[in-house]
Write a protein that binds this ligand. Structure first.
Ligand SMILES: [Zn+2]
Length: 358
């Protein structure tokens, strides 16, 4: 896709993604016992929420540089700097300009880190021999941790009421206290300028997955989800671009929901172009998919965080998502993916539970 056009905005439509509904703290509601998907336990006040097991920004950069030195196919590029001056990266596997190109974006919201942990694993896997043939037929761009200041808690506002231990807090916002996933039209923040100027405007991207985490109590069919997905819902998206998003979602659904621990719903999100799922689809004709995984790494609201015992399957969910999409684009099966599941995929709902469940 080469056509570039500017999507229009509708300022009247302002809804929230990333578990806004689940951010409401329920107190004193008794009943439903915790039944976390994949047996991942919830935070219960007696389980540690410890951020020290996560990559720091510096250890992430060290890993990226290590893989860059090791993998001939990988090119690491600095696309800009955060508010606090941290370098922002794109990891590139560009084999042939004629290939379809996919972009994976993680951690626009700094407290949603398992997506970055999974993306780093995928980068390691891409350096192994078994991925060599796959890489011939696809171009891959990975932008990990777009909000490193929020991820490191290096921000110009107070985080002392955040609950995680481990020497640092992680927050949704960037250092300027801005939600950068509401900045994709105005593009006022340096992280968003870097993404748009040096990735989205530079490469001919066909598909994009924007990876997030939401609260812990979203469910479909009465069961907590491991994550929920959604295509662009802006009126400015072209039908063929939307169709590509639905095919992309089909690949993710087929591969994740089929596992024992995967349980996906349809995310309920707004139509504003200020968010990546909508704005990037409208502006660049990129088929976007939002993936909101369960539970955040840190928050002031206990109901939004998950204990570290859930980290394994959520990180695995990212790896499975990225690798199955890479494979489906590389072998062309994404072109014929069945999108009919979207018609019956239930929208996620808030599942009440004891506050202590979380
Ligand atoms: Zn998010």
């Amino acid at each position: 896709m080469t056509t570039k056009h500017t999507g229009s905005t509708n300022p009247l439509l302002k809804k929230l993604t990333c578990g806004a509904a689940a951010a409401a703290l329920l107190v004193g509601v008794s009943g439903t016992p915790a039944s976390a998907t994949g047996n991942g336990p919830d935070y219960g006040g007696n389980e540690t929420i410890n951020t020290s097991i996560l990559h720091t920004y510096d250890s992430m950069v060290a890993e990226l540089r290590k893989q860059d030195a090791k993998q001939p196919a990988l090119e690491l590029e600095v696309i800009g700097q955060s508010v606090k001056g941290r370098d922002l990266f794109v990891a590139k596997y560009l084999s042939n300009p004629a290939n379809p190109t996919v972009l994976f974006l993680t951690q626009q919201h700094g407290n949603e880190q398992l997506t970055t942990e999974g993306a780093l694993e995928v980068i390691k896997h891409l350096g192994t021999g078994r991925m060599k043939n796959t890489l011939k037929n696809i171009n891959i761009l990975i932008v990990p941790m777009l909000n490193p200041d929020g991820a490191m808690g290096d921000v110009n506002f107070d985080l002392s009421d955040y609950i995680a231990s481990g020497g640092r807090h992680l927050t949704r916002y960037n250092a300027n206290n801005i939600d950068i996933n509401r900045d994709h039209v105005a593009k006022t923040q340096p992280e968003i300028k870097a993404l748009h100027n040096n990735v989205l405007s530079t490469y001919d991207v066909d598909y994009m997955i924007d990876l997030h985490h939401q609260g812990t109590r979203s469910a479909v069919d009465g069961k907590l989800v491991s994550g929920s997905i959604l295509y662009p819902t802006t009126p400015d998206v072209k039908p063929e671009v939307l169709e590509g998003s639905k095919r992309l979602g089909s690949i993710v659904y087929q591969n994740v929901d089929a596992t024992g621990w995967g349980h996906l719903g349809k995310y309920v999100g707004g139509t504003a172009n200020t968010i990546a799922r909508n704005g990037i689809a409208a502006e660049y004709d990129i088929s976007t998919l939002l993936f909101e995984m369960r539970g955040m790494s840190d928050h002031f609201n206990p109901g939004s965080v998950l204990g570290q015992k859930s980290n394994g399957y959520l990180r695995q969910q990212t790896i499975l998502t990225l690798e199955s999409v890479i494979k489906a684009i590389s072998d062309g099966s994404v072109d014929t993916a069945d999108t009919s599941f979207w018609d019956s995929l239930p929208e996620q709902e808030y599942l009440p539970g004891k506050a202590n469940d979380e």
